[in-house]
Write a protein that binds this ligand. Structure first.
Ligand SMILES: Nc1nc2c(ncn2[C@@H]2O[C@H](COP(=O)(O)OP(=O)(O)OP(=O)(O)O)[C@@H](O)[C@H]2O)c(=O)[nH]1
Ligand SMILES: [Mg+2]
Length: 620
């Protein structure tokens, strides 16, 4: 990320520049996983308590929870038997077993049926979901197929008919969430089914695809060869950005009846399962323009902006009769590139068989400002704040290797907590880490907003003051320092409420390492794990945090961006909506041909909380 500059016509652009981030003072140091330290009594205590609760129930291979003999409980029963008489105790034991068993069975049946989403927002149900998650993970054969219910298809958001074993997350993810994602409109569901049919007809290696590629190779423009048109998404930028831009490109494909094809970059097939049935979304390796992708930039002749400029009138009329057009929607795009967001220009692009898009921006908010898309978008998304939430759940299913990272981590550190708190720290300043002002900001936000309890500085031990919740905090950061400080704080001091806080961080990669396979797997796993929390704190300007909040359906508390190495006051605020922010929107009225504040045109597109010139969708 970088600074915003105003360009001609009052349009703002983002200059990312170098990856400004918090660097360790010396060479990156690799610390041992502190949270695995057996001396960390805090974590062990929490786990021990939860294990006790869990051991009472195991789940059989047919998916039904049953009661197993917990050795500790057996001992209690045996002692009681000798005191009170065998038969009475047996009877009581059977009664307890029946009551507990039926309550667990009832709750599981509620989960598996089709519950209203708010039913999940209770601790009882959350634990039952954890039983399910536990079962899924504990299966001896992790690739064993699970029964697919309507709930697992996310209330028909997902198509049926996939091979379940090839992508376990598609069916198991619901077991880790408190409820299914928010409901899609029937219109969106039918649009997705139509898209899948189109993809099957036009996707890679179909007759239509082969014909259209043939024309492309020979440089011929033809609108009659095939009735299939394509949008090719180029893999570009950090993983958070790529997830948001892929969702944006897909929505654009839905709106313009194009087929989305995905440049695999270095890692796309390693991170995401195929989302469409039968025909791949991956661009074939022999696609004739692939070797141009890296070179496409703001100056490329084939870019829409430059084609507009080369028109003698400076203004295109009618259709663009090009075999392909490059859409440069990267943060450094200029006023002509931004005409992409105008109706008239969309008409020009309509007949071009191939659009090749490079972007690092979540540009969906500006699609909502294009009049010809307005009605369709309203029918697809009557609730404007769940656009990424739904598209994200439809498109992004972690591959089995990433799902292993997610499910094992969840199982080991998070599943038993009553409350899961996510804290995502992305620092864009350079200097020795951790910064004290960032740490101060994290603590003042979480305590002020009642996300974490205060510590008691004066007493070595504080007894419980009421029913105790276990709170697990999942921190993510490239740096280790913030986690270490927060964990130590809650280890070295009791909380004023007596609650015990366990703090975990999966990795500390120190700096972005896009070429390293495991690096991006971990980044994806961490975004996903954050999305499984109940309360989320994110950093300003971070697409990593946006993905987590969007998938999780969470309105995060956003830590304001520190200025001059000082913790801002207030330290954070809760987001208006769960939608990501478009960092570099155009500020242009296509009809009036002059600058306009696009955050002030319709009630559901507003400026972002963390970036005053950004745009985001909010529910009216
Ligand atoms: N594992 C891990 N990787 C991280 C974390 N924060 C940043 N990264 C890495 O750095 C990249 C940053 O790119 P994004 O995912 O777009 O996140 P962002 O916060 O928007 O950062 P920028 O795009 O660089 O401004 C990620 O994709 C990861 O590769 C983190 O907390 N955990
Ligand atoms: Mg980013």
């Amino acid at each position: 990320m970088g600074k915003a500059t105003m360009s001609r016509g009052g349009q703002a652009t983002m200059a990312h520049g170098g990856q400004a981030q918090c660097h360790p003072a010396a060479k990156p140091q690799w610390h041992p996983m502190a949270s695995e330290n057996p001396d960390d009594k805090t974590s062990s205590f929490v786990i021990m308590l939860s294990m006790k609760r869990f051991n009472r129930s195991t789940i059989t291979s047919n998916g039904q929870p049953t009661l197993s003999s917990d050795h500790g409980n057996d001992a209690v029963f045996r002692g009681a038997e000798s005191k009170c008489g065998l038969n009475l105790m047996k009877l009581m034991g059977v009664l307890v077993v029946v009551v507990m068993g039926s309550s667990v069975l009832f709750s599981v049946s509620v989960v598996l049926k089709d519950p209203p989403s708010n039913v999940f927002w209770t601790l009882v149900d959350a634990r039952n979901l954890d039983f399910q998650a536990q079962k899924a993970i504990q299966q001896e054969d992790p690739t064993q197929s699970v029964h697919v219910s309507k709930t697992q298809l996310l209330d028909d958001l997902l198509p049926s008919g996939f091979d379940e074993k090839s992508c376990l997350s598609r069916y198991q993810s619901v077991l880790y969430r408190r409820g299914t994602p928010r409901r899609a409109s029937p219109y969106l569901i039918s649009k997705l089914r139509s898209y899948e049919a189109l993809h099957k007809k036009c996707g890679p290696h179909t007759d239509s695809y082969n014909k259209t590629v043939k024309d492309l190779k020979s440089g011929i423009y033809s609108s009659t060869t095939s009735d299939c048109k394509y949008i090719v998404w180029i893999s570009f930028s950090g993983l958070g950005n790529r997830i948001l831009t892929l969702a944006s490109a897909f929505l654009y494909a839905l709106l313009t009846d194009r087929v989305l094809l995905v440049d695999r970059g270095v890692d796309i097939p390693d991170l995401f399962c195929e989302p469409f049935p039968e025909v791949s979304w991956l661009l074939p390796l022999d696609f004739p323009l692939t070797n141009k992708f890296n070179g496409f930039n703001q100056k490329s002749q084939e870019s829409y902006g430059n084609l507009v400029k080369s028109d003698s009138l400076g203004n295109l009329t009618g259709s663009l009769l090009q075999p392909y057009v490059y859409l440069h929607l990267v943060h450094d795009y200029d006023d002509q590139d931004k005409l992409f967001f105008c109706d008239q220009d969309q008409t020009s692009l309509q007949k071009t068989p191939w659009l090749i898009m490079k972007t690092d921006n979540y540009f969906i908010p500006s699609l909502f400002l294009i009049p010809s898309f307005e009605q369709e978008l309203h029918s697809l998304f009557p609730d404007k704040e769940i656009v990424f939430h739904l598209l994200g759940h439809y498109l992004f299913h972690p591959t089995n290797s990433v799902w292993g990272l997610i499910s094992r981590y969840h199982q080991a550190y998070l599943s038993r907590a009553d409350v899961k708190v996510g804290i995502q720290i992305r620092v864009f300043d350079t200097g020795p880490c951790p910064f004290k002002h960032v740490l101060d900001q994290i603590l003042s936000c979480t305590i002020k907003e009642d996300i974490l309890p205060q510590i008691n500085q004066h007493e070595p031990v504080v007894g419980p003051t009421g029913p105790q919740k276990s709170i697990a905090v999942l921190m993510t950061s490239l740096n280790w320092g913030y986690f270490e400080e927060v964990r130590n704080l809650y280890w070295e001091h009791p909380t004023v409420t007596g609650e015990v806080i366990s703090v975990y961080q999966p990795s500390h990669e120190e700096y972005q390492q896009t070429e390293k396979q495991n690096h991006n797997r971990k980044a994806w796993a961490e975004m996903y794990l954050l999305s499984l929390t109940d309360k989320l704190v994110t950093s300003s300007w971070s697409t990593f945090g946006y993905v987590a909040q969007g998938l999780g359906g969470l309105k995060p508390w956003i830590l304001y961006k520190p200025e001059n190495q000082t913790a801002p006051d207030p330290p954070c605020r809760q987001a208006m909506s769960i939608e990501p922010c478009f960092h570099a929107p155009p500020f242009y009225d296509c009809k009036l041909r002059k600058g306009v504040d696009t955050g002030n045109v319709v009630p559901h597109v507003k400026h972002c909380e963390d970036m005053s010139w950004g745009l985001k969708l909010v529910e009216e």
